[in-house]
Design a protein around this ligand. Sequence first.
Ligand code: DCP
Ligand code: MG
Length: 371
Amino acid sequence: PEDCPPTAEAAVSKYACQRRTTTGNNNKIFTDAFEVLAESYQFNELESRCLGFRRAASVLKSLPCAVQSLESTHNLPCLGEHAKVVIEEILEHGLSFEVEKILSDERYQTLKLFTSVFGVGPKTAEKWYRRGLRSFSDILADSSIHLNQMQQNGFLHYGDISRAVSEAEARALTSVIDEAVHAITPDAVLTLTGGFRRGKEFGHDVDFIVTTPEPGKEESLLHNIINILTKQGILLYCEYQPSTFDMSELPIQRFEAMDQFAKCFLIVRLESSRVEEGLHGDEGDSRGWRAVRVDVVSPPLDHYAFALLGWSGSTMFDRDLRRFARVERRMLLDNHCLYDKTKKEFLAATTEKDIFTHLGLEYIEPWQRNA
Ligand code: DCP
Ligand code: MG
């Protein structure tokens, strides 16, 4: 690939929501290294350094060509001195010694292993590490450790859910959920969201948004879906979170937190016979099924566009949409709504395009949001 001409780089925005980032990452060798550094900082609770490397990775992902010299990164935003040292090391040696050191570090390896379990976050992983636990068998053999339902199921289905979900599997699951939804209400709307909506070939789970034009029915819709999957005998695990959404709350109380719509975190049994190209990996195929992590969120129809934009990601794209809204437009954006602080009013939207228009941003297609 050609080296990036400096003139093109001058146009790169510091906001991910003003960049078009497809799944074709030309700078994987650098962004993989940055992501290791970011994760390591996260494990050490150095959040701003973590974010710095995530931003740096996001900028390189948007470039139309591979970085081949340090000079060509000159006009790029979000690349600090440290990131440049790493780039230089990789350009010269093909790898970063700092990153290699992290990858072979016992603490990093252990926290990475523990957080790969569904229901185990960095805090729990750290607690277990400090107790001297280093492997899954250490955890399962320690009688003083209480695993919650989610973690128990995380261990139970670990082999399956730690394996990537393919696009064919995501399509098969879409038809499974779609059949359930339409058995309940023919006018319900189901959308595949998350990484698969952005055109990713593989994901760690499958994300859906479902809603219905009948006001107030979206929550019972989710209950009904859960009941149908249970009757079919394919619901292996379900954590249901009821809606806590209240439009009368001041907008400021809602921003930053996770959204308040009714949602469920599931583990679903996917039959091989439903997947056109077979199951991803051979293990599942010989058994005839595999377990898949599925998330379903159910917002009321008038908040659907905001929820869709939030759940489509990427995380960095969303983060920068909110930051852009706040800093450049004096507006507050989250998964529920958009609030104009100057006009002191909520701005309605029925499509994602409406939201971009309110923000005065060019529309970015879902497959260009892999920031
Ligand atoms: N999201 C959210 N609120 C949550 C969980 C997720 O707004 N409680 C958003 C952030 C993500 C998107 O939804 O951009 C989907 O979350 P995932 O963790 O599934 O991320 P992806 O689908 O982008 O990646 P993967 O391929 O790993 O599933
Ligand atoms: Mg996902």
